[in-house]
Design a protein around this ligand. Sequence first.
Ligand SMILES: *[C@@H]1O[C@H](CO)[C@@H](O)[C@H](O)[C@H]1NC(C)=O
Ligand SMILES: *[C@@H]1O[C@H](CO)[C@@H](O)[C@H](O)[C@H]1NC(C)=O
Ligand SMILES: *[C@@H]1O[C@H](CO)[C@@H](O)[C@H](O)[C@H]1NC(C)=O
Ligand SMILES: *[C@@H]1O[C@H](CO)[C@@H](O)[C@H](O)[C@H]1NC(C)=O
Ligand SMILES: *[C@@H]1O[C@H](CO)[C@@H](O)[C@H](O)[C@H]1NC(C)=O
Ligand SMILES: *[C@@H]1O[C@H](CO)[C@@H](O)[C@H](O)[C@H]1NC(C)=O
Length: 354
Amino acid sequence: MWTFHGAHGSKCPLSVWNQWRWVYYAAVVCLLFSPVRTDEACPSSCICARDSGTVTCRDGEDAEVPGDIPEWTSTLILRGRNISTLQRGAFMANGTELQVLTLSLSYNGIQVIEPYAFLGLARLHVLDLSHNQLESISARAFHGLVELRSLYLNRSVLPAAAAQLTHALSTQSLPNLHRLELAGNRLRSVPLVRLDIYNLHALVLTNNSIESIGRENVTNFNQQRRMRVYLSLNPFRCNCELEAFYYWLKNSSQCPDAGRLLCSEPEAKRGVPVERLRGEDVDCMNENLEAVSYVFLGIVLALIGVVFLMVLYLNRGGIKRWLNNIREACRDQMEVYHYRYEQDSDPRLANVAV
Ligand SMILES: *[C@@H]1O[C@H](CO)[C@@H](O)[C@H](O)[C@H]1NC(C)=O
Ligand SMILES: *[C@@H]1O[C@H](CO)[C@@H](O)[C@H](O)[C@H]1NC(C)=O
Ligand SMILES: *[C@@H]1O[C@H](CO)[C@@H](O)[C@H](O)[C@H]1NC(C)=O
Ligand SMILES: *[C@@H]1O[C@H](CO)[C@@H](O)[C@H](O)[C@H]1NC(C)=O
Ligand SMILES: *[C@@H]1O[C@H](CO)[C@@H](O)[C@H](O)[C@H]1NC(C)=O
Ligand SMILES: *[C@@H]1O[C@H](CO)[C@@H](O)[C@H](O)[C@H]1NC(C)=O
C-alpha cells in the first residue's frame, strides 16, 4: 500500500519499484529454498542420495552416530565407524523422530547397546547389527521397535552377551519380528525363552554350537507352524536326547536345511546326517534297555560272588580240617627234611652224639 501510494506520488516510480522488487525476489527465493537447503545438508563424511532416501556413512573418525541425519532418510548405513557404545536415544539427537525404515550398523565395533538405544525409530523395519563385538546388551535394548520385521545379529554376539541377548529378545519389545538371524555366534541353545510373543517366520541359528535341542523346544517349534528354523553347521550330539528333535526333523517341514544337519558326536556317528539316523539310534528305550542289561549283569555277578562266599562259610569246618591236614603234611615233610639235613650236614657231630 505504502509502496503503491509512494509510487503514485513519486516522480520516479519505476526505480523505487525496482529497488523493492529485488528485496521481494530475494525474500521469495530465500523462503523457497531455505528449508530445502537445510534438508539437503548431508552429515560430514556421509554420502546422501535423496532419490533413494539413502544416507551412507563409512569409515569416519567419529565414534558416534551422526547427529544431523536428514529427515527424509529412509535407509541409513553406518559402517566401519568404531561406535563402541550405542547410547540411549542414539538416533534422536535433536529429539525428533526419524522415519528410517532400514538401519544397517554392521562392522562398527559396537560392544555395548544401552537401554532404549533405538528410541525414536518407531517405523524401523530392518535392523542389521551383524559383525560387531557385543559384550553387553541391555534387556531394554530393542525397546520401541514395534514395527521391526528383520533383526540381523550374525557373528556379533560374544559368549558373554548370549544370556543377555535372551533377555533382550524376551521383553516383548518386538511384536512384529518376522526374521531373526543369529548365525555364527557360538550359541549353545535356542536363545528364545518363548516363541509366542513374536510373529516369527524365520529363525536362523546356523553355524553355532548347539549340541542338542530338547523336547520343550521342539514342542514350541511345532506350535509355530509358520516358522522355519535353520540349523546347519551345528555340532549335534546324536544320542537319545535328540529323539524328539529327530522326529520333528523327519515329520515336519519346518527345517529347510534338515538334510545338512550332521552329527558330531558320538565318534562312531560323526558326519552322519541327523536325518539319516535310524530310530534305534535315538531311542531312549533302547539306551535304557542297554543300561538295564548292564545292571542285570552286575546283579548276577554279585549273586555269584555271594554264593561263593556262602559256600566257603558253610564249609568252614571242612576247610579248616583240610587246611590243618595240609599243614600237618607240610610239617611232616619239613621235619623229615630237617632231620635228613641235620644228619647229612655234619657226620662228625653225629658220631659224637652216638
Ligand atoms: C540437530 O542438532 C545439531 C546439534 O545438536 C545441529 O547441528 C543440527 O543442525 C540439528 N539438525 C536439525 C535437523 O535440526
Ligand atoms: C575405537 O574407540 C575407542 C574409544 O572409543 C578407542 O579406544 C579405540 O582405540 C578405537 N579403535 C579404533 C580401531 O579406532
Ligand atoms: C547374516 O546377515 C546378513 C545381513 O547383514 C544377511 O544378508 C545374511 O544372509 C545373514 N545370514 C548369514 C547366514 O550370514
Ligand atoms: C562360522 O562362524 C565362525 C565365527 O563364529 C566363523 O569364523 C566361520 O567362518 C563361520 N563359518 C561359516 C561357514 O560361515
Ligand atoms: C529352549 O530350550 C531352552 C533350554 O532347555 C529353554 O531355556 C528355552 O526356554 C527353550 N525355548 C523355547 C522357545 O522352547
Ligand atoms: C511323527 O513322529 C512320531 C513320533 O513323535 C512318530 O511316531 C510318527 O511315526 C511320525 N510320523 C511320520 C509321518 O513320520
